[in-house]
Design a protein around this ligand. Structure first.
Ligand code: TRP
Length: 467
């Protein structure tokens, strides 16, 4: 069966190379392989790993969720990431043009959906990032709040939220303005290693806490009933897409800045495993802290604010050490959020550059200001924020992922050749398997996930707007 669905022949190679070289003249590129990898890991690693993952785990019954999440990453996540890479590097264009290049003009609308998803996701992502920045600054200046529940209520919406959201967007815009190599790549090369070091340090520290054993147990012992729960599977699938930055062309856009000879299957594997590693490590920090102070009930409520209430609460109780650790935690979270926000803004910026011939600086400022204004809506209420997260951060992504699978698995002619180019023999085999998944397995799983994401979205809309 594996051999039978081998899609493309090596002869298609030459045509694609010529096409690519014609485009290559003016396009920006990443300076180094490591720069690309860290920029893509920077996109993947963010609030999704340290804020969303732990509460998704708590909500999904602990380790059962973790098991499903790993399966989703392997069966759907890595294949879709490689599919996005293939389309992006093949076309050397941002999503709208790249989808048209791979599948014909009829695919352009999906590109516009990607851009819309980018705008929507960044609009609330930046609000949450703003809370993070604020907690970090407060931790340094005055320590964490004694009554974190109240505090969160006061700062998470309205003017206080908007001020930090705008500040965070200004920083994001200023990096994207500078360009791919000097802005995005350079930021990732500095920020990502810093984030890894901080998190590893925090993980070691957390392992010596009193509640560590209990926290690990909750996190790592599967209860098998939940493995079969469609809601948990839905959450795991959507979380994998969000965390890996898939389904809206972020990875596609980054891959469009690659030279022809990167080993895409290898780099995709490194990126996905790094992303999982960071999420896993974040769990190893968060759960011991929470169990050390008996706060597990609060996270289980799975509100967007859980992490911003229970963790600072724990940091306060831990005194001076808690303050230092807490500042480091929110610093790492801010760094992760920034490199992710950069990738979201880059999708919109690159689309303005490629489709409307806008210059980079003007494109980044236009896209950034639009997102800044849009963010005022989720900054109004946590309910609205939750709705945008569900619609754009889950539903649009799994729908987009399905579209990418159909395009690359069934429509794009030179996908196999493009993915194989530059790959070592071992990883060329990985790429081949991934394409089989893209064609046969991922779309089926995604249809299932889409169905349950849709019902969850409708449910949330009803709960929120009372229909
Ligand atoms: N993956 C990032 C995180 O985990 C968020 C993110 C960045 C993202 N770019 C994306 C999510 C594109 C979906 C699509 O925090």
């Amino acid at each position: 069966m594996r051999k039978g669905v081998h899609v493309a022949e090596p002869t298609e190679r030459d045509a694609t190379v010529e096409k690519g070289q014609a485009e290559a003249v003016a396009r920006e590129v990443f300076g180094t392989r490591l720069g690309f990898i860290l920029a893509a890991v920077g996109s993947a690693v963010g609030l999704g790993n340290m804020w969303r993952f732990p509460y998704a785990v708590a909500d999904g019954g602990g380790a059962a969720f973790v098991v499903l999440y790993i399966l989703m990453t392997l069966l759907v996540g890595i294949p879709v990431m490689l599919a996005e890479f293939t389309v992006g590097r093949g076309a050397r264009l941002s999503p709208i043009g790249a989808l048209a290049r791979a599948g014909g003009r009829g695919w352009k609308p999906l590109g516009y959906v990607f851009v819309l998803a980018g705008l929507l996701i960044l609009s609330y992502y930046s609000v949450i990032a703003g809370w993070t920045v604020r907690y970090g600054i407060e931790g340094i200046l005055s320590g964490f709040p004694a009554n974190p529940g109240n505090h969160f209520q006061q700062i998470s919406t309205g003017m206080p939220a908007i001020v930090y959201h705008v500040t965070f967007m200004l920083v994001t815009i200023s990096i994207v303005m500078v360009g791919v190599e000097k802005g995005i790549e350079r930021a990732a090369l500095v920020l990502m290693p810093a984030l890894f070091l901080i998190l590893i340090g925090l993980g070691l520290w957390a392992s010596r806490l009193g509640g560590a054993g209990e926290g690990y147990a909750f996190y790592l012992q599967p209860s098998f009933g939940e493995l079969l729960d469609p809601q948990v599977l839905q959450a795991a699938g959507a979380q994998a897409f969000f965390s890996l930055s898939l389904g809206m062309g972020a990875m596609l856009t980054f891959a469009s800045y690659l030279s022809r000879d990167d080993d895409l299957p290898q780099e995709g594997t490194i990126i996905a495993f790094s992303d999982f590693g960071v999420a896993f490590l974040a769990g190893l920090v968060v759960f011991p802290v929470i169990f050390a102070l008996g706060l597990s009930g609060e996270v289980g409520q799975s509100t967007v604010g859980a992490l911003f209430i229970s963790l600072p609460g724990a940091f306060v109780e831990m005194g001076a050490v808690g303050r230092v650790v807490g500042v480091l935690f929110f610093l790492a979270l801010t760094v992760g959020a920034l490199t992710s926000a950069i990738s979201l803004l880059e999708v919109v910026t690159a689309s303005l550059i490629d489709e409307f011939a806008v210059r980079r600086k003007a494109a980044a400022v236009t896209a950034g200001l639009l997102v800044t204004l849009m963010g005022f809506v989720p900054a109004l209420s946590l309910d609205l924020l939750g709705v945008v997260d569900k619609v754009a951060g889950e539903l649009l992504l799994v729908l987009g992922g399905f579209g990418i699978c159909v395009l690359v698995g069934w429509k794009m002619k030179d996908a196999a050749a493009e993915l194989r180019r530059g790959a070592s023999p071992a990883f060329a085999a990985v790429g081949e398997k991934a394409l089989v998944m893209v064609k046969w397995v991922a779309p089926v799983i995604l249809l299932y996930v889409i169905y349950f994401t849709l019902t969850a979205t409708v449910q949330l809309l009803r709960d929120t707007f009372g229909g």
